[in-house]
Write a protein that binds this ligand. Structure first.
Ligand code: NCD
Length: 311
């Protein structure tokens, strides 16, 4: 079994820091990396909708000089014939050097990793986790705030089904001096397994509230999320909860001058378009940072970390 990344704790803090340093090097000197993955192939297996994550992985591989094989939608692959995730992963390992996989079922990436003979990167497994979005988030926070510790982080929206929230909590709970404010409707609170692994075991201070207005003034980071329609069991609940939080310029009046506003995207209604002009809006920077972190991660998992290795 090759080394795979199912969630952020699969990477040590040192490795995450090195990934961020590599991303910074790529940003500064992209030409140095243009042939790093020559003759290597990435397979993207996406069995759930995606714009950013799939294209970001594919752009990352092309910018490293590699090539891409792509499956989009369960309906167009042998999954529609009833093939198991394990068999698909084993098969695709015969064609590609590394796999990025998104699947609607929690745990699917782990199953794939166990039978693949090449590294598997989890690009989102149901409502569970999404480590490469978190890598994008961490680089964004480090670039914007200059640090990953000593921050008050507000997570707002669908904290129950939002896999980006679960991975970010897991990742950030490893840094010093963090405090979390969990802002959600009662029905969409952070699941207790995430709370206990990421927060309680490590005695990380957190508060839970339903009010964004009450919390906004104390935050250094505000991470907005979309209500995850596709994970609801009934339409009625979704319609009732979908517009629970809408960030507007008005609501930002009480926020810190150096607040960093984040969102993994896609946005539906959670952030009004008028906020895009606010210099504190960082969500499109996250998109770009995601590509650089995926480049860095592909290099790491293929054992091509240093420039010297590729000479
Ligand atoms: C997120 C996801 O797929 O979990 N999107 C992304 O990859 N940037 C967030 C979402 O879909 O709401």
């Amino acid at each position: 079994m090759s080394r795979s990344v199912i969630d952020v704790p699969d990477l040590s803090l040192e490795e995450i820091s090195a990934l961020m340093d590599t991303a910074e090097e790529i940003i500064a000197r992209p030409d140095d990396f243009a042939d790093a993955c020559r003759r290597k192939k990435l397979a993207t297996l996406f069995f759930e909708p995606s714009t950013r994550t799939r294209l970001s992985f594919e752009a990352a591989m092309y910018e490293l000089g590699g090539q891409v094989l792509s499956v989009t939608g369960a309906g167009t692959s042998s999954a529609a014939k009833g093939e198991s995730v394990a068999d698909t992963a084993r098969t695709v390992s015969c064609y590609a050097d590394i796999i990025a996989m998104r699947h609607p079922r929690e745990g699917a990436a782990l199953v794939a990793a166990r039978s693949a003979t090449v590294p598997v990167i989890n690009a989102g497994d149901g409502g569970h986790c999404h480590p490469t979005q978190t890598l994008a988030d961490l680089l964004t926070i480090r670039r914007e705030k200059g640090r990953l510790g000593n921050l008050t982080v507000g997570l707002c929206g669908d904290l129950k089904f939002g896999r980006t929230v679960h991975s970010l909590l897991n990742a950030m709970s490893r840094y010093e001096g963090l405090r979390f404010v969990l802002i959600s409707p009662e029905e969409l609170k952070v699941p207790s397994y995430v709370k206990s692994d990421a927060l309680k075991k490590k005695q990380i201070p957190y508060t839970q509230t339903t009010s964004l207005e009450d919390a906004i003034g104390e935050l250094d980071i505000l991470y907005m999320t979309r209500v995850q329609k596709e994970r609801f069991f009934n339409e009625e609940d979704y319609l009732r909860l979908r517009d629970s939080y809408i960030l507007t310029p008005e609501k930002l009046k009480n926020a810190k001058k150096d607040l960093c506003i984040m969102h993994p995207l896609p946005r539906v209604n959670e952030i009004s378009v008028a906020v895009d002009r606010d210099p504190r809006a960082c969500y499109f920077k996250q998109v770009l940072n995601g590509k650089y972190m995926r480049m860095a991660l592909i290099l790491l998992l293929l054992g091509l970390t240093g420039k010297g290795d590729r000479a």
